[in-house]
Design a protein around this ligand. Structure first.
Ligand SMILES: Cc1cc2nc3c(=O)[nH]c(=O)nc-3n(C[C@H](O)[C@H](O)[C@H](O)COP(=O)(O)OP(=O)(O)OC[C@H]3O[C@@H](n4cnc5c(N)ncnc54)[C@H](O)[C@@H]3O)c2cc1C
Length: 381
């Protein structure tokens, strides 16, 4: 069905980003997967062409476009099977914290670099001991004169090696009675004494993503690196997690669209018993089921995005979109992979990598079980 989200400027933006991918990303993908990270330089190249923080206004160094351009970037990355170049995490998940909660001096200090690619960001919430239960984090920040001293460790942190700036959630009030009101957010710049980038983690998928452990050992940051009010960290995370979940849903839908398209083409070419495998009724019926799921997912996510860009705070719908599209993407990609037979188990086939990449979407940005906890609460259950 026709989509109604985008105008002619968005179409031009999509064409420009496709050219960027063809020139700067696609030729490098095998090398990046091997290295376990993308080139640092590609971030600067993306910034120079206005592909970082597309929604950020020009006064802070951004291109002054909108979230729909971000959506285009997420879709095109998925259409090109690039799961490690975390543009959306940077532009649409982390920088929005700085944009919404940092003071003007902080914004002027950090936002232009975030838009130019001089600053690659990471978000440190999850710890070895807790992920879903954010109020239980153990990392602490203690005030000492004009500084805060941060101690603790974070794990599974995307952009962990390449990051120049990490936004860290830490307890400023360790009293368990104040679990939710005791969390604050701090910017820690790479190179600060006591901030140690740990090892890059070996993962099932997202081969070109430098997901890592991070350690803070008596790491001192100035008071001017506290983002938002002291104790407001949990509220800030709850507010910003909606867009994060929507971004995951956008990627999930685009991922299954691409895999389905390539699977249909493959089944029309690949022959068994003297005819294309698409002509077996089982193949046709399963692909019809996949196409129907993809169409429903696309319609719902476009609708949620349309409301989101109008400024609606859609806690329930963003959680629904996240859990349902990522569960569905897993089913669709698994069904499609089966039609590739043995080739569907070979890493050189994009469908194989898409299968492995998709799995994490049900885990990060809040697990799908946590999505259901949120939806149930919103439904008054
Ligand atoms: C590749 C990758 C990249 C990531 N990037 C980042 C990042 O950049 N920054 C960051 O901070 N984190 C990141 N994460 C962490 C991710 O957000 C967490 O892994 C996730 O939130 C789950 O937390 P956990 O791993 O501690 O699992 P746990 O919280 O231990 O959960 C384990 C299981 O228990 C279930 N469970 C927990 N609580 C409930 C409940 N109340 N009801 C029902 N079931 C429940 C969960 O659904 C899950 O199935 C990343 C993770 C991965 C794998």
């Amino acid at each position: 069905m026709d989509r109604h989200l985008f105008d002619a400027d968005h179409d031009t933006f999509r064409q420009a980003f496709r050219q960027f991918l063809a020139r700067e990303v696609v030729p490098n993908q095998p090398r990046w997967r091997e290295a376990g990270q993308v080139d640092r330089e590609v971030w600067r190249k993306a910034g120079a062409q206005g592909f970082l923080c597309p929604w950020l206004e020009e006064s802070y160094g951004g291109p002054g476009a909108d979230f729909l351009c971000s959506m285009i970037i997420m879709e095109e990355l998925a259409y090109h099977y690039e799961s490690g170049f975390a543009l959306s995490l940077h532009s649409d998940i982390i920088v929005p914290y700085l944009y919404s909660f940092a003071n003007d001096e902080q914004k002027r200090r950090w936002l232009p670099g975030c838009a130019s690619g001089e600053i690659v960001t990471a978000l440190g919430m999850t710890e070895p001991g807790t992920g879903s239960d954010l109020a239980a984090i153990a990392t602490t920040a203690t005030r000492d004169g004009d500084d805060w001293v941060i101690n603790g460790s974070k794990t599974f942190i995307s952009n962990g090696q390449l990051c120049d700036l990490v936004l860290v959630a830490a307890k400023t009030d360790p009293d368990p009675k104040n679990a939710h009101r005791g969390i604050s957010m701090f910017v820690v710049e790479a190179g600060r004494k006591g901030f140690v980038k740990g090892k890059k983690l070996h993962k099932m998928g997202m081969a070109s993503q430098d997901t890592s452990e991070l350690f803070f050992e008596d790491c001192r940051v100035p008071a001017a690196n506290l983002v938002g009010a002291e104790g407001a960290g949990f509220m800030m995370m709850m507010q910003k997690l909606q867009q994060e979940r929507l971004c995951v849903a956008i990627g999930a839908v685009a991922g299954m669209e691409q895999v389905l398209k390539e699977t249909i083409a493959y089944t029309q070419e690949r022959k068994a018993f003297g005819k294309p495998i698409s002509k077996f009724q089982n193949t046709a019926f399963r692909l019809v089921e996949c196409a129907t799921k993809v169409e429903i997912a696309r319609t719902f996510v476009d609708k949620v995005v349309a409301e989101h860009v109008k400024g609606k705070h859609l806690v329930k719908e963003c959680s629904m979109a996240k859990f349902w599209t990522t569960d569905t993407a897993q089913e669709v990609i698994d069904t499609c992979l089966q039609f590739f037979g043995g080739y569907g188990y070979m890493l050189e086939y994009p469908v194989t990598r898409a299968f492995m990449d998709a799995r994490v979407q049900r885990i990060y940005a809040g697990t799908n079980e946590i999505m259901k906890v949120i939806i149930a609460k919103q439904m008054g259950l």
